[in-house]
Design a protein around this ligand. Sequence first.
Ligand code: LLP
Length: 414
Amino acid sequence: MTINTKTGRLYIENRAASDIAEEFGTPCYVYSKNSIETNFNRFKYAFGERKNLVCYAVKANSNIAIINILAQLGSGFDIVSGGELSRVLAAGGDASKIVFSGVGKTHAEINYALEQKIKCFNVESESELYRISNIAKELNVDADISLRVNPDVDAKTHPYISTGMKENKFGVDVEDATRLYKTATDLPNISPTGIDCHIGSQLTDIAPMRDAALKMVELTDALIASNIEIKHIDFGGGLGIQYEDETPIHQEQFVEMLLEVMGGREQEILVEPGRSIVGNSGVLLTTVEYLKHGSNKNFIVVDAAMNDLARPSLYNAYHHIDNILDKEKRPLKRYDIVGPICETGDFLGKDRELSVNEGDVLAIHSVGAYGMTMSSNYNSRVRVPEILIDDTHAHVIRKKESVEELFSNEQIAP
Ligand code: LLP
């Protein structure tokens, strides 16, 4: 067990959450190294000897310490910006295992990625193909590309994170793919080497993933029949995790489905998981500042807010919240857990039964993915520290931001 409750006290690996809160202060993000490694290795073991590359989606959690842990396990990376590319390289990631996704790659980003010799560009439009070809020609290098195909399946997830339907901005239509591969083959300094898709995030139903995978292999067969060499198929990420009572898609189940759909085909299999590697590997610790009892509602005002964790306000997402010291059986009360930001949308949980006193520390669970990476400085709040737990050891992997840093890039106009 990596994040667990021993005798009613929350532990991250073998370190009590109460010690961590005391030593580093709150709010703080805390991650379990072991949990991250285990989740990654579950993909690797499931693939076994089969040629594969697990490309961790950096956007889920881009701390260089976390990228480094995964790089050491042989991970590849799925990036969506030049900033993420810099992070992966700074963290010791291997450029030849990087795929670059995203609908809006700039000239500078493409240039940088070509100089670094990344594995592949996941191209999302015809215009992008021309742009990559021009830049590769200027640099006198070849760009390996794959087309992100939109398989037009309903991922049945939150509309903001559903990406594989025709009305979404991502990828190119299946019907257009063959023509575009032919265009790519004729363009200078472009080598089509792969094909890819990603239909959405936090998927809890494997059926749409399977439908998309079937469309991908069918298209691959058609491309090969028209003499286009496809060396890898990238099936994207999107595996849902358990936040509340969802049934997650397990790594093994996903890989098994891919192997079954691939049948005897020999292309390298790529996947781009983010959330399923880091999501349940992190908690956000926060202290109860005030208890406020109203006539209609009770509030717990904590020191973390929507700027630290945006998912509840943005997607109405559920994150389990509990008291890190739950043993003393105090009476339970129903509360909304809110932050100090001047917005009604600043909540972290609603209608939760908790037993708390002012000064207690709460843990907000399953925040390892899209927690810190989506944080902001709204209300001039500093970004919180990130702590990595390895057994009993606690490493500060991001220092708490200082107030001076908040406005160090600003200047008063003359
Ligand atoms: N590959 C591509 C091209 C993606 O766009 C994404 C996520 C992934 C892989 C990784 O998906 P995952 O395995 O993590 O589901 N902020 C939202 C999630 C946005 C996901 C965007 N794309 C949230 O907090 O739920």
